[in-house]
Design a protein around this ligand. Structure first.
Ligand SMILES: N[C@@H](CCC(=O)N[C@@H](CS)C(=O)NCC(=O)O)C(=O)O
Length: 218
């Protein structure tokens, strides 16, 4: 059987950084489309090609031959299944449970709720003139900080988020650490030392260096 044809649709610096890192970690052949924020603003959002593949109009999208996979935890699962020896979802069944516990929290609470309010305050209140945005943003900032505090406490004494090795959780945590620095503007190093230790270890990986270069970010 020939290897599946894999194509990643990503937005530079977005949550799609995580599956991009994991494709490298897994050593898979893939092609990619990397959108740039400025182009999306100019063109009124994602192009039709992306919206046809994913009617939710979000990245990441992973096309695998004729199948389309959306949602980070599902995409991480697919990538991990292609390279089981890399243990990207943990080394034991119980570590995999812990990985999913993290992924659900990061995807639902930190990304969906806290950063959802932060990036798109207008989606949270039915007042479209922007007059309430500052209130939503203030709550978003609190929610982001509460979440980072929880994450930092959970990472106390740990080299990696789950078990004794790098997993998909570390790649995902790295995305939100970068957002904490900018655009959230938090002093991540001072406030969250455990989280910083792990983000720095992730940043040292060849996979991450390749992704930053490919996406034109630093
Ligand atoms: N639950 C989705 C969230 C994906 C998501 O929100 N992606 C952002 C980029 S980080 C996006 O494309 N947002 C566009 C929008 O919300 O309009 C996942 O985990 O994959």
């Amino acid at each position: 059987m020939s290897a599946p044809k894999i194509h990643l649709y990503a937005l530079a610096g977005a949550c799609s950084v995580a599956p991009h890192i994991l494709l490298h970690e897994a050593g898979l052949d893939f092609t990619k489309t990397i959108y740039k924020k400025d182009d999306l603003i100019k063109n009124g959002g994602y192009p039709e090609e992306l919206k046809t593949l994913n009617p939710k109009a979000k990245v990441p999208v992973l096309r695998v031959d004729d199948d389309v996979i959306t949602e980070n935890p599902a995409i991480f699962t697919y990538i991990s299944q292609q390279a089981p020896e890399k243990h990207l979802l943990g080394k034991t069944p119980f570590e995999t449970v812990r990985v999913y516990e993290w992924l659900n929290y990061l995807s639902g609470t930190l990304h969906g709720q806290a950063y959802g309010m932060f990036y798109r305050p207008g989606r949270w209140v039915d007042v479209q003139d922007g007059s309430l945005d500052k209130h939503v943003l203030a709550r978003a900032k609190q929610a982001i900080q509460e979440s980072y505090k929880y994450i930092d406490e959970k990472l106390e004494g740990k080299e990696w988020a789950v078990g004794d090795d790098f997993t998909a959780v570390d790649a995902y945590l790295y995305v939100f650490y970068r957002w904490g620095v900018a655009p959230a503007g938090l002093d991540m190093e001072k406030e969250y030392p455990n989280y910083t230790r792990i983000a720095k270890a992730v940043a040292e990986r060849a996979s991450v260096k390749a992704v930053l270069k490919a996406e034109g970010i630093n």
